[in-house]
Design a protein around this ligand. Structure first.
Ligand SMILES: Nc1nc2c(c(=O)[nH]1)N[C@H]1C(S)=C(S)[C@@H](COP(=O)(O)OP(=O)(O)OC[C@H]3O[C@@H](n4cnc5c(=O)[nH]c(N)nc54)[C@H](O)[C@@H]3O)O[C@H]1N2
Ligand SMILES: Nc1nc2c(c(=O)[nH]1)N[C@H]1C(S)=C(S)[C@@H](COP(=O)(O)OP(=O)(O)OC[C@H]3O[C@@H](n4cnc5c(=O)[nH]c(N)nc54)[C@H](O)[C@@H]3O)O[C@H]1N2
Ligand SMILES: [Mo]
Length: 767
């Protein structure tokens, strides 16, 4: 049958690949030939694309079909679905949108639709949702994201941009040549560098890290788990209590100040308000010196080690990096701001290989040497309502319509949402305190979801429309962190009755009378040419040769050369701060922010400060729930995507997500590796399978996210979804970002028979 085998270039967030197709089925995903470190996650795709979990036909919740908004909304997720024809489903959606807009206005439609969707940029479901809703009068959107929500809104006040969290930082070339000490708060877990939003053509992070280490860069990993030291790498592991990095950094600044190691000239010429921060660090404002001893009591790192690290950092070329996880925690602004203050005191910002950066392993391609030209993009248009909520305040919004909230210097009230529209995201994966989200989810009259699989969110919708996967359509993908842009050729016919999100929205636009505004007269290939045309114009302006679309489409990819010159963040600013000011009010690095001071928030001081998170090992609550639960990104999938795939399923134990515990904590609870446990706190409980070892510090438990939400009821989640345990409060009024990493739990050995996992069963269908 060799003659029947066909091969198609393609791309996913976890890497570029060739889709090998025979007999109309995806047989294998062969990694892109130019990728030096492909991800094994690719191997989950063939099973998932043809999975029985694919949504075959449009489906409507039985109660909604009979009674619409008057149905029992709490039955979402429990009631049967009725499969209907596409014409019926599209008419139901169009009529319901029209009704809600007419009766309550566009601000009653929640269309934030947060989620990663696909790597392809044209068929990016979330973008298309915005495009469609915007063309029809708008919706309530979501501002920011779950990844770096606190950083995105804090950093512009401090350094005038949040570009360093997106990946454009002093590049690895510069680091390999100059960095001698690399202090990684949150470590460099290369499992996370398998992924980049928009797709990794070339997994470049492992190679660059190896190169820098070979060149003599020393690595210190500050983290609650040794697993954040990349495998096979020589590094110092400095265990730290979760959510206390700010205290450690303050202890380091204190050391620099009292030992006269701080770069006085730099903070005077390049920073605003360092003196006020210094008063705080020295204890002149609150009577408490933030000494290494003070820090030790909070973060658990011995004072001598804090001092030694500060001294070493001051006497060699040092780069500080903070994993994005540090700011996905309550008061998550503080460690980020404090790392910039610490880097300022070290005085190496803008020097080759020195200063600060964020998330070197949080995504592939952070610090990757790449010319600063554009990546392919699809436009979403303008939202006529202009309305959005901070991304993670969704349950607050649904539960508290009309109530006021503060955000980044603004006051607003939550809108009264009647209809929720989601495509390309899985809130029952990404949100915190899922039992609370279940309650909030029962408020809107109607929930519409496009999905490819019967995910927990699809199961909790009123109308479900089956969407194709990337392999069933033509697209173009790429990321601003990657040197490659990939052509994505349609490899398979749409599975079941699924349709492209683009086409679903086109038909709905036609029913609503705004098809032209939505399509701008272009079909799939028309859009691909258009997106490519914009990209090519940008690259040509940047001085690069770019072939015509047809040649690109045939070759399958475009490649940017590695730049000849290293990129150093804030190089110009360092050389001449007056000629190259930052986009902050003072033009300098704001170690003290008058603007933030003006907001008057007691939950975000005007300079970096130790502010206790809502839950951490130092609170009274830790007596009842003595383990800090760290929920990290899963090695074997992307969030909840491909959870039912071969790679993810093979990593589960007894069909559940694992929880890593220290030997001491496991022994105290009579738990051994492989045992099932119940992990619980006041918000909920989930099952998990224990993995006991030396890699996690006592007092800490680590679970990966991504297990499909599988509640028996609100008292027990069976599959190991840690978001039934996490806390759903904003980081602070400044950034209102998710606080996923601030959660205390207790663990007990599971007694008796274990309930079966039902996450991968199909919902019930009424006939
Ligand atoms: N406790 C805890 N929670 C967390 C985090 C944490 O660290 N701890 N991390 C957070 C972070 S950083 C993030 S980014 C979020 C991620 O949260 P999400 O982005 O919501 O997670 P995904 O599982 O990627 O969900 C994407 C969904 O889109 C669907 N999809 C993919 N392609 C298409 C398509 O073409 N069309 C349609 N219609 N659907 C498609 C997939 O099947 C999947 O269900 O999770 C957050 N949640
Ligand atoms: N394989 C895979 N890779 C992914 C993803 C995925 O789902 N799967 N998701 C992608 C996405 S959307 C994002 S946003 C990024 C997120 O990237 P990150 O936010 O960097 O990833 P995490 O795994 O949440 O956290 C990294 C490490 O930080 C450590 N850590 C947690 N809390 C603390 C703390 O308080 N202090 C210190 N010092 N360390 C702490 C944890 O031990 C954890 O292993 O990952 C991306 N990469
Ligand atoms: Mo993320």
């Amino acid at each position: 049958m060799a003659g029947d085998i066909k091969r198609f270039p393609s791309l996913s967030h976890w890497g570029a690949f060739t889709a090998v197709v025979a007999d109309g089925r995806l047989q294998a995903c062969e990694p892109f030939a130019r990728d030096p470190a492909p991800s094994s996650i690719l191997q989950s795709m063939p099973g998932m694309v043809h999975s029985p979990l694919r949504i075959a036909r449009p489906a409507v919740r039985e109660g909604w079909l009979k009674r619409r908004g008057a149905s029992d909304r709490g039955a979402r997720g429990r009631e049967s679905f009725v499969e209907v024809d596409w014409d019926v489903a599209l008419r139901l959606v169009a009529d319901e949108l029209a009704r809600v807009r007419a009766e309550h206005g566009s601000e009653a439609i929640f269309g934030g639709s947060y989620g990663w969707s696909s790597a392809g940029r044209l068929h990016h479901a979330r973008t298309l949702t915005h495009r469609f809703l915007n063309a029809g009068g708008g919706c309530v959107n979501q501002a920011g994201n779950y990844s770096w929500g606190a950083a995105q809104f804090l950093l512009p006040h401090v350094i005038g941009t949040y570009a360093p969290v997106t990946g454009r930082v002093t590049d690895w070339n510069s680091m390999a040549a100059h960095t001698r000490l690399f202090v990684a708060f949150g470590g460099l877990p290369l499992r996370n560098s398998q992924i980049t939003s928009g797709g990794a053509g070339e997994h470049s992070t492992p190679r660059w890290l190896a190169r820098a280490l070979e060149a003599g860069m020393e690595l210190a990993v500050v983290s609650p788990t040794r697993d954040d030291v990349p495998e096979g790498v020589q590094a110092r592991w400095i265990p730290i209590r979760p959510n206390t990095d700010t205290a450690m950094m303050l202890g380091m600044v204190h050391t620099l100040l009292v030992e006269n190691l701080a770069d006085r000239a730099f903070v005077q010429t390049h920073c605003a308000g360092f003196d006020r921060f210094e008063q705080y660090v020295l204890g002149k404002t609150d009577g408490t010196a933030k000494s290494a001893e003070w820090a030790q009591d909070i973060c658990g790192v011995p004072a001598a080690d804090i001092r030694a690290l500060a001294r070493q950092a001051a006497t060699t070329r040092t780069m500080l990096t903070c994993a994005w996880s540090l700011q996905r925690a309550h008061r998550g602004e503080q460690p980020y701001w404090c790392s910039i203050a610490l880097a300022s005191a070290l005085g190496q910002i803008g020097l080759p290989g020195g200063g600060f950066a964020f998330g070197h392993a949080s995504m592939n391609g952070v610090a990757n040497p790449r010319p600063g030209v554009a990546a392919p993009e699809m436009g979403a248009g303008r939202n006529p309502t202009g309305k959005s909520i901070p991304v993670a305040r969704i349950a607050d919004m649904l539960l508290h319509p009309g109530e006021p909230y503060a955000f980044n210097g603004r006051e607003d009230v939550y809108p009264d949402i009647r209809l929720v529209y989601w495509a390309g995201g899985n809130p029952f994966h990404h949100h915190q305190d899922l039992n609370r989200l279940v309650r909030a989810w029962s408020r809107p009259e109607t929930v519409i979801v496009h999905e490819s699989w019967w995910t927990p969110t699809a199961r909790r919708a009123d109308i479900v429309l089956p969407a194709t996967t990337t392999l069933e359509r033509n697209d173009i993908g790429g990321s601003s962190r990657d040197r490659f842009v990939l052509a994505m050729h349609q490899a398979l016919a749409p599975q079941g009755q699924s349709r492209n999100d683009f086409d679903i929205y086109r038909e709905l636009s036609a029913l609503a009378g705004h098809e032209q505004a939505y399509t701008e007269g272009r079909d799939e290939m028309g859009w691909l040419r258009h997106i490519y045309g914009n990209l090519a114009a940008n690259w040509r302006e940047g001085g690069f040769d770019v072939p015509e679309f047809e040649a690109f489409w045939q070759q399958g990819f475009l490649e940017l050369p590695e730049p000849a010159k290293s990129f150093v963040l804030f190089e110009d600013f360092r050389r001449d701060p007056a000629a190259h000011p930052l986009s902050t009010p003072s033009g300098r690095i704001e170690v003290y922010s008058e603007r933030i001071a003006g907001f008057g928030y007691d939950d975000c001081a005007p300079h970096p400060a130790w502010l206790e998170p809502v839950e951490w090992l130092g609170t009274a609550q830790a007596k009842r729930f003595p383990l800090h639960l760290v929920t990290s990104q899963p090695a074997d999938k992307l969030h909840s995507q491909l959870d039912a795939g071969a790679v993810s399923v093979a990593a589960k134990i007894k069909g559940r997500e694992r929880i890593r515990l220290s030997r001491a904590d496991a022994a105290r609870r009579g738990v051994e590796s492989g045992d099932l446990v119940r992990v619980y706190n006041e918000r909920g409980a989930c099952m998990a399978a224990a993995v006991v070892g030396e890699a996690v510090m006592p007092g800490v438990a680590v679970m990966s996210t991504g297990a499909w939400f599988d509640p028996a009821d609100d008292a027990l989640e069976r599959h190991g979804n840690p978001n039934v345990l996490t806390v759903d409060v904003g980081t602070s009024r400044l950034t209102q970002a998710p606080s996923a990493l601030s959660a205390l739990v207790e663990v007990e050995k599971w007694q008796g028979e274990a309930p079966a996992v039902e996450a991968f069963d199909l919902p019930a269908f009424a006939v």
